[in-house]
Write a protein that binds this ligand. Structure first.
Ligand code: SF4
Length: 414
């Protein structure tokens, strides 16, 4: 990857708050945590971090819901220290939650949202100096020329037009994932190893280059999130189980028609959930708390309503219409599944009842069934055999396209 080994220095907190994913932003992020005395516990549970978490949640939600990604506008004033903290730590929190989901679909979707936001900001909002600093962070080099505009009227003042050129090696590496004739090297003006990013399809040179930078931003964020997932330990991931559950279920409901798999597979389900399913399946009369928990848990794990309804078909009092109605109510209301304490109280914890022995359930921090799921996912991913290395001759090829429903298109029809 021809990124500069030493990116340009960026000290402006305004710029870092606007682009908190920049590699130069990492020490800044650490100083935000340190100066505001924010540790992980405070970030996740502290009352005064509520606005930070709300901003992080919004970043994730906008990535999922908006095709154009995270909104470029923020209601925070990033020229104030407070606004910078909310923007910086909001991004940091969102990244933590996304990584703790161990869900590649969510990770790719969130990164797409962040990269699209950067594309929009770089293409039209930021000043020339900011654009230059960000571009030089991600490209091995950059040249800029000023050319005369094609003003045809004597009444029109001929304003210079900026035209960017980038090294061919950067173009070759970043363009293959974008479709459209513009992005084929053979169609680009090439001079002494420099590719000209000339205007096209209603976009100026800077917007074309911003589109290419989006690819690099995405690539760098994917590598960073994957490294974070590797490092996240079981207990830390479990502490984020509730926000992870909310966002995974949001992602699932957004795509409920075309996505059948959830990041949590059946082997990750906690004993209390399996016990409720088995009891119902064998015709036992599971109490109201157990049924309600099963519905809430199914929604939080992103199971379809149909799948959730199917758990109840052998219940002694089963009526299809009533079950459908009640499951719909639970899915619409989006309750968080009940905690372990509540399940124990209602005799729905098979570990507390001595029916099942599960070491994970005996951990001190295991206070919620969703924590169990996240810890299991963490173990599964950690213990999975490393992916096979591609053959030597394939190593320069672009990534195969992701499953269509999982990754937003990167099409550019130019
Ligand atoms: S300890 Fe919690 S997660 Fe484990 S079975 Fe009991 S209620 Fe479920």
């Amino acid at each position: 990857m021809p990124m500069p080994s030493r990116p340009p220095e960026i000290e402006s907190p305004v710029l870092l708050a606007r682009f908190p994913f920049l590699p130069q932003g990492e020490p800044w992020m650490q100083s935000l945590l340190h100066d505001n005395q924010v540790d992980f516990e405070t970030l996740v549970n502290g009352d005064w971090m509520e606005e930070v978490r709300a901003r992080g949640n919004l970043r994730m939600l906008e990535s999922i819901k908006h095709d154009e990604g995270v909104n470029v506008a923020t209601r925070q004033d990033i020229h104030t220290e407070y606004g910078q903290m909310i923007e910086g730590l909001g991004f940091y929190y969102a990244m933590f939650v996304v990584c703790a989901s161990f869900d590649e679909r969510l990770m790719k979707r969130w990164i797409e949202g962040e990269a699209s936001r950067a594309d929009s900001l770089l293409g039209s909002t930021v000043d020339g100096e900011t654009f230059d600093l960000v571009a030089r962070t991600y490209l091995s080099d950059l040249r800029q020329q000023q050319t005369e505009s094609n003003a045809t009227s004597i009444h029109t003042t001929s304003a210079p037009i900026e035209l960017f050129e980038i090294p061919m090696v950067d173009f070759i590496e970043l363009s293959p994932r974008i479709t459209g004739t513009y992005w084929r090297l053979a169609n680009r003006p090439l001079r002494d190893g420099w590719v000209t990013m000339d205007p096209a399809s209603g976009e100026n040179s800077r917007q074309r280059l911003a589109r290419l930078l989006k690819e690099r931003i995405r690539e760098v964020l994917v590598a960073r999130c994957k490294a974070n997932m590797e490092r996240l330990d079981e207990e830390t991931a479990a502490k984020l189980a509730e926000p992870v559950g909310r966002i995974v279920s949001e992602l699932q409901s957004q795509r409920s028609h075309d996505v059948q798999v959830t990041a949590a597979n059946e082997g990750d389900w906690p004993p209390c959930m399996i016990a409720a399913i088995n009891d119902l399946d064998s015709g036992e009369n599971v109490n109201h708390a157990g049924r309600r928990f099963l519905g809430n848990m199914s929604r939080a794990l992103g199971l379809s309503r149909e799948q959730c309804c199917s758990f109840f078909v052998n219940a002694p009092d089963y009526k299809a219409e009533t079950t459908e109605y009640q499951v719909n109510q639970l899915y619409q209301t989006e309750y968080t599944p009940e905690k372990c304490d509540t399940l124990r109280l209602h005799a729905r914890c098979p570990v507390a009842s001595g029916l099942v022995d599960d070491q994970l359930c005996r951990r001190e921090w295991l206070t919620h069934p969703l924590k169990y799921v996240r810890a299991q996912q963490r173990r599964r991913i950690r213990d999975a055999p490393p992916p096979e290395q591609p053959a030597e001759s394939d190593s320069a090829a672009p990534d195969p396209p992701a499953e269509p429903a999982a990754e937003p298109a990167t099409q550019d029809n130019a």
